[in-house]
Design a protein around this ligand. Structure first.
Ligand SMILES: Nc1ncnc2c1ncn2[C@@H]1O[C@H](COP(=O)(O)OP(=O)(O)OP(=O)(O)O)[C@@H](O)[C@H]1O
Ligand SMILES: [Mg+2]
Length: 256
């Protein structure tokens, strides 16, 4: 069975790609067949964090109808990656039919994987929400800033009211400790629960860390550094909690 996970967040720069790349890499390193899909079309950068320079991206599927299977890259640490394409205005403004076609074509490809992690573009656009709704499990990445809370609330509201999603896993990024992360989650949950009836669960956290920053500059997953034991343990916990998180959908990728 395949578990599909969308990594979203209302605000740009909160750490969606960092979490998606490192979560997918952790899963692959720990024996799970894993595919990372960069759905931040046109502004994609998962491949950069994975040290990959390539023209083989979803752009070739969308523009030249190349099969998705042939565009999947096999990374040295066992992770498979479908890169999202960069610097293309056309990719940034895909039509709903094109997005639907992509999600529909992705479904058979995902069948051979244990996990599919989707790096979703920032915000609560139709495009972002369609990918959130296409996956069984939804992660919302937040940071301890009012703007991040506000945008994550807007995303949660649209996902709930417009797409009927009820279960939200929250990952708190760039904190000083687990305790601080839990306190920020509680604060965010209190704000959200005033207005929405949704199931929100604390999935984990990632500290603000020089090792994370260095891994991004080195274009390698964090676990490539032997020193990153705390960061790696954070992803171990996140992976465990994801398995406990209730699914929004029970039949994998769906097309809206
Ligand atoms: N845990 C962390 N510790 C230190 N720095 C971090 C951490 N997480 C993210 N960053 C910093 O924040 C930057 C943005 O992270 P990232 O690209 O993952 O965000 P994003 O939400 O995917 O952004 P976008 O909305 O542009 O796609 C990184 O380049 C890095 O400098
Ligand atoms: Mg990103």
């Amino acid at each position: 069975m395949t578990t599909t996970i969308a990594v979203s967040g209302g605000k740009g720069g909160v750490g969606k790609t960092t979490i998606a790349v490192n979560l997918a890499s952790w899963l692959a390193r720990n024996g799970r067949q894993t595919l990372l899909v960069d759905a931040d079309f046109g502004m994609a950068n998962s491949h950069i964090l994975c040290g990959l320079k390539t023209e083989e991206t979803v752009e070739k599927f969308l523009k030249q109808s190349e099969p998705l299977e042939g565009l999947i890259h096999k990374l040295p640490w066992g992770l498979d990656l479908l890169a999202g394409g960069t610097s293309s205005v056309e990719l940034l403004n895909l039509k709903p039919e094109q997005r639907g076609n992509f999600i529909r074509s992705l479904k058979p490809v995902t069948k051979s994987y244990d996990y599919v992690v989707v790096d979703v573009a920032a915000g609560a656009s139709d495009s972002s929400l369609e990918f959130c709704a296409a996956c069984e499990k939804l992660l919302v990445v937040i940071m301890g800033e009012p703007t991040s809370f506000m945008d994550a609330y807007s995303l949660t509201k649209s996902a709930n009211l417009d797409f009927g999603l009820e279960h939200f896993g929250v990952v708190v990024n760039q904190t000083s400790s687990k305790k601080q992360a839990e306190a920020l989650f509680k604060k965010f949950q209190t704000i959200t629960q005033k207005f929405l009836t949704v199931d929100q669960r604390f999935i984990g956290y990632l500290p603000a860390s020089d090792l994370v920053r260095k891994s991004i500059v080195a274009r390698l997953p964090i676990m490539s550094s032997k020193k990153a034991t705390l960061e790696e343990s954070c992803f171990t916990s996140i992976a465990v909690e994801i398995d406990r998180l209730q699914s929004n959908k029970f039949d994998g990728l769906k097309v809206y």
